[in-house]
Design a protein around this ligand. Sequence first.
Ligand code: ADP
Ligand code: 5GP
Length: 203
Amino acid sequence: MNKKGQLIVISGPSGVGKGTVIQKYLASRDKIVYSVSATTRKPRPGEQHGVHYFFLSCEEFEQLAQQGGMLEYANYNGNYYGTPKAPVEQQRALGNDVVLEIDVQGALQIKKSCQDALLIFIAPPSFAELEARLVGRDTEDAKTVENRLNIAKQELKCAGEYDYVIVNDTVEQAIKRLEQVISANRYHKNNMKEFLDEVNQNA
Ligand code: ADP
Ligand code: 5GP
C-alpha cells in the first residue's frame, strides 16, 4: 500500500539484549534490513567490518560526518558511532523497512529530523538483570562495564521520549512485542501519507 519502507529506531542500554533480539527478529523476515553503523571503537572478537559495523579511524569518521554522509551520529563512551545516510535512503526507497540500533543521543536526533520514524526503547526487566547480562557477555573490561552502566542509568531516564517501550524479559516475548509494534506502525497515519495523497489526487 505504502511504497516507502519504515524507519525503525531501536535503543536501550548496553547489555539489554538489543543485538540478540534484533538479529533473531530479522533472521526470519524479509523486506526489512539492518542498518550497519560506522564506529571508531575497536572490533570485538568475531565482529566483521561491513557486517557488524564499518570500523573507521577517527579521521575517516569525521570526514564522512562533515560531508553530510551521516543520518545521525554521537559520541558514546569515547567513540564515535553513526548511521551512514545513503544506504538507509536507498533501502527505504526500495520499500524495505530499515532498523537502526543506535544510542539515545542518536535516536533523539532522528526524532527531530525524521518525523515518520518509529522509536522503540528496549528495557531490561530490572537494573540488576541488566548488570548481570552485561557482565555475563564478558566482552568489556571492568572499567568499561562500569561506564556503560552509568550511561545506562541516564539512558533509562529517556525511555519516555520513545513511542514504545519493550521489556526484554525473554527473547521470545520481546520479539513478539516487536512484531506487534512494527506491524501496527505500518498503518500509522505518518506512514499512510503517500497512499492518502494518491487517493485524494484521484478523488
Ligand atoms: P546489547 O546489544 O543490548 O548490548 P546483547 O544482545 O549483546 O545486548 O546481549 C547482552 C547479553 O545478554 C548477551 O550475553 C545475551 O546473550 C544476553 N541476553 C540477551 N537477551 C536476553 C534475555 N532475554 N535473557 C537473558 N539473557 C539475554
Ligand atoms: P556497542 O559498542 O555495544 O556495539 O554500542 C554502544 C552503543 O552505541 C549502543 O547503545 C548502540 O546502540 C550505539 N550505537 C551503535 N550504532 C550506532 C549509531 O550508528 N549511532 C548511534 N548514535 N549510536 C549507535
